[in-house]
Design a protein around this ligand. Structure first.
Ligand SMILES: *[C@@H]1O[C@H](CO)[C@@H](O)[C@H](O)[C@H]1NC(C)=O
Ligand SMILES: *[C@@H]1O[C@H](CO)[C@@H](O)[C@H](O)[C@H]1NC(C)=O
Ligand SMILES: *[C@@H]1O[C@H](CO)[C@@H](O)[C@H](O)[C@H]1NC(C)=O
Ligand SMILES: *[C@@H]1O[C@H](CO)[C@@H](O)[C@H](O)[C@H]1NC(C)=O
Ligand SMILES: *[C@@H]1O[C@H](CO)[C@@H](O)[C@H](O)[C@H]1NC(C)=O
Ligand SMILES: *[C@@H]1O[C@H](CO)[C@@H](O)[C@H](O)[C@H]1NC(C)=O
Ligand SMILES: *[C@@H]1O[C@H](CO)[C@@H](O)[C@H](O)[C@H]1NC(C)=O
Ligand SMILES: *[C@@H]1O[C@H](CO)[C@@H](O)[C@H](O)[C@H]1NC(C)=O
Ligand SMILES: *[C@@H]1O[C@H](CO)[C@@H](O)[C@H](O)[C@H]1NC(C)=O
Ligand SMILES: *[C@@H]1O[C@H](CO)[C@@H](O)[C@H](O)[C@H]1NC(C)=O
Ligand SMILES: *[C@@H]1O[C@H](CO)[C@@H](O)[C@H](O)[C@H]1NC(C)=O
Ligand SMILES: *[C@@H]1O[C@H](CO)[C@@H](O)[C@H](O)[C@H]1NC(C)=O
Length: 576
């Protein structure tokens, strides 16, 4: 019996291999490219087609898909925009003909990258989907596209910015769907192709950039911690630096870490379960006074010099009143000089990554270190200078941050801001959205996703009660706050928290089988409980444990809904 099944699997392997070798060739791909008039204004360069089978690839330990072994057909080709001297490179990974399940998955990038290299594509292949990515014309420098956002100092390169903003992902998705249908003969057999999107951070913003514009974008979009409300998001990265400069105190990384660690320990039980996870950061903010951490001793060992950093001596002391004051100010979120709220606060329990100071080996002190991810926004997109960061924060106040946000909001409204709140066409076309956001995200405030969910709810359901409109929205667009998770990843500081590793499987069940995800499937990804399942509550319900169960109860809590609802009263225009 055992011998026979081995023989059969060897035979099957041989059959797969011959199938993939038959069709995974440049000439087969050339014959199945989208027709020249398929997409207005684009010309595919058929001479650039490459195709090669890749056999027996193993992926392990990824937060966004389970471990797997698979074969795929590696296809690439380029196209250009008529009248523009550009070249956009597309990559598609195709499952073997036997593994293909009539699905297409578009993927995006992170930071200023428009794609994630070979990291996201396996997430499609293992569910029988063709996976696609684009370089959007940025070439080898796609991992940091902002170096190509100016034509010269003073002049934005709008074509490149639009390609990054939404056009590149649209073209990759449309060409990819058409190519997939043709490659697998779906057009002849009149078989439905299901299409999906999956991305986190900038990749989450890219997903929204499609859903907000195109009714036919996808059947299901999975968007994690989106970097949308662009000008706000980029600028608020600088807020902790401005707090330190304004208050004149530069806490060491160890002192900041001690505050985070103590916050996690103190707030862990507030959700009803002592597991090292702060599942209710709202209760933490309301009930825990971080002044209690003042005076706590901290210690971090010395680190030797490396090519990227000088030697750093051991950091030791007791948490100071000044450090607590800095942390409190950061946790209040950005207000203007008149005390009006400009943006959301980070959640307590999130790492103070943006507040990291730098060691000055000359003065032997910790000092300002401007986060380049935020600084490059001001340097390139506001000041129109081709640099990688602002040189310093001289003269920068909380009002300066507000002004940068306002200027950026107007400048990039139609291309990068990505908070258009009416997604009726997508809903009417049957599209689904699964949005998730780590509740201990250091980089993008968790409240940012709550705000957008609530904006869409209000705009699309005028006059309805909260409960009715929330129910109407949850039929097609669900938001899940992930206990303990950090920015688009499971969190080493809260290892017992779940992470939604099987989102595409959940979305496929929803789209293709009508199974609504009442809760989101999560898996503990680290620590002694690694591999255990834990369900995640759908907004506006919040997790509470009354016993030592793995799954929480998901309850409505008005105080929590109120906590997440911010009045951005520094602005006179609606902020969605
Ligand atoms: C696939 O790779 C694994 C190791 O990654 C190896 O053990 C196995 O023999 C390979 N199978 C084939 C058919 O090449
Ligand atoms: C996939 O194709 C591209 C373009 O031809 C090539 O650069 C890359 O090495 C290929 N990857 C694999 C794993 O074969
Ligand atoms: C992705 O690329 C890296 C570097 O080339 C390689 O080590 C890794 O095996 C690749 N992963 C997959 C899934 O192809
Ligand atoms: C901007 O700087 C990058 C290097 O970071 C360079 O490749 C690019 O050509 C520069 N662009 C302009 C318009 O000067
Ligand atoms: C599509 O159909 C053609 C003609 O029947 C066949 O040669 C080819 O192998 C099919 N492609 C796939 C991916 O099965
Ligand atoms: C193709 O399928 C659709 C529904 O899936 C159906 O409406 C249409 O009539 C079919 N066309 C042909 C030519 O079979
Ligand atoms: C937090 O504790 C400090 C020090 O004990 C106290 O001065 C402050 O009033 C407390 N804040 C709140 C909001 O209770
Ligand atoms: C830190 O506080 C402890 C008491 O908790 C005290 O014994 C110690 O002297 C303090 N250390 C410093 C460096 O102030
Ligand atoms: C480091 O400290 C020295 C001496 O106080 C000072 O001159 C220098 O500007 C500091 N460097 C930075 C990057 O702040
Ligand atoms: C453009 O601005 C950058 C950053 O300030 C500067 O390094 C570069 O020299 C400027 N380029 C030109 C041509 O002025
Ligand atoms: C904070 O907790 C982590 C474990 O999550 C530990 O590795 C680290 O040493 C702690 N740091 C401080 C300063 O307490
Ligand atoms: C849910 O996650 C568990 C692991 O935690 C996994 O075994 C199961 O297949 C997942 N369910 C779906 C629908 O993906």
């Amino acid at each position: 019996m055992h011998m026979r099944s081995l023989a059969i699997s060897a035979l099957l392997t041989a059959t797969y291999a011959s199938n993939i070798h038959d069709v995974c060739t440049p000439s087969y791909v050339q014959q199945h490219l989208p027709a020249p008039d398929f997409y207005q204004g684009l010309t595919i360069d058929t001479s650039t087609v490459t195709a090669n089978p890749v056999i027996n690839v193993t992926v392990v330990d990824n937060d966004f898909y389970p471990d797997a072994v698979f074969d795929y057909c590696n296809v690439s080709f380029t196209y250009s925009h008529n009248g523009v001297n550009d070249e956009v490179a597309l990559t598609y990974w195709l499952p073997t003909p036997t593994d293909f399940q009539n699905r297409f998955l578009a993927t995006g990038g992170g930071g200023y990258a428009i794609n994630s290299g070979n990291q996201s594509l396996p997430g499609g292949i293992i569910y029988g989907a063709v996976g696609g990515l684009t370089d959007a014309g940025f070439g080898a420098a796609q991992s940091n596209t902002v170096t190509q956002w100016l034509s010269s100092n003073g002049t934005l390169h709008w074509h490149n910015i639009y390609m990054f903003g939404y056009q590149g992902i649209r073209e990759m998705s449309e060409l990819g769907k058409e190519f997939t249908k043709s490659f697998f003969n779906l057009t002849q057999s009149n078989t439905t192709l299901y299409s999906y999107y999956q991305g986190c951070s900038e990749g989450g913003r890219e997903g929204w950039s499609q859903v907000q514009r195109y009714a036919d974008a996808y059947d299901g979009a999975i968007v994690g911690a989106p970097a949308f409300r662009w000008s706000f998001q980029q600028t608020q990265l600088l807020y902790p630096d401005v707090v330190e400069q304004t208050m004149g105190y530069y806490p060491s990384p160890c002192e900041l870490q001690a505050i985070v660690n103590q916050t996690i320990i103190s707030c862990d039980p507030l959700d009803g379960k002592v597991d090292g996870v702060v599942a209710r950061t709202d209760l933490c903010y309301i009930q825990f006074n971080i002044s209690a951490i003042q005076g706590q001793p901290y210690y971090c060992p010395a680190t030797p010099a490396s090519p990227l950093s000088p030697a750093i001596p051991a950091q030791q002391g007791n948490v100071t009143q000044e450090a607590i004051a800095v942390a409190k100010k950061i946790l209040e979120g950005l207000h203007d000089d008149q005390g009006r709220r400009v943006y959301f606060a980070p959640t307590p329990s999130a790492q103070f990554t943006e507040a990291q100071t730098g060691w000055n080996a000359t003065s032997n002190q910790w000092g300002l270190s401007v986060l380049s991810l935020g600084g490059v926004f001001v340097e390139v997109e506001i000041d129109l200078l081709n640099g990688s960061n602002i040189p310093n924060l001289n003269g920068v106040t909380y009002d300066t941050l507000k002004d940068w946000i306002y200027e950026g909001m107007q400048r990039f409204q139609g291309v990068l801001e990505t908070t258009w709140p009416d997604i009726t066409p997508y809903k009417q076309a049957g599209g689904k959205v699964l949005m998730f956001h780590g509740e201990s995200d250091w980089g993008i405030p968790t409240a940012s996703s709550v705000r957008y969910w609530e904006s869409v709810r209000q705009i699309m359901n005028p006059g309805m009660s909260y409960n009715d409109s929330a129910a109407a929205q949850n039929e097609f667009f669900r938001l899940f706050l992930v206990p303990g998770a950090t920015h688009c990843a499971s969190n080493p500081a809260e290892p017992n928290g779940p992470f939604p590793q099987t989102n595409l499987a959940v979305m496929i069940d929803w789209v293709e089988h009508g199974i609504l995800p009442e809760t989101l499937n999560g898996t503990i990804r680290q620590g002694p409980s690694k591999g255990q399942n834990q369900q995640i509550c759908a907004w506006p319900l919040r997790p509470v444990w009354s016993g030592n169960t793995s799954n929480p109860e998901c309850l409505y809590d008005q105080q929590s809904v109120d906590y997440w609802n911010y009045d951005l009263n520094a602005f006179n225009v609606p902020i969605y």
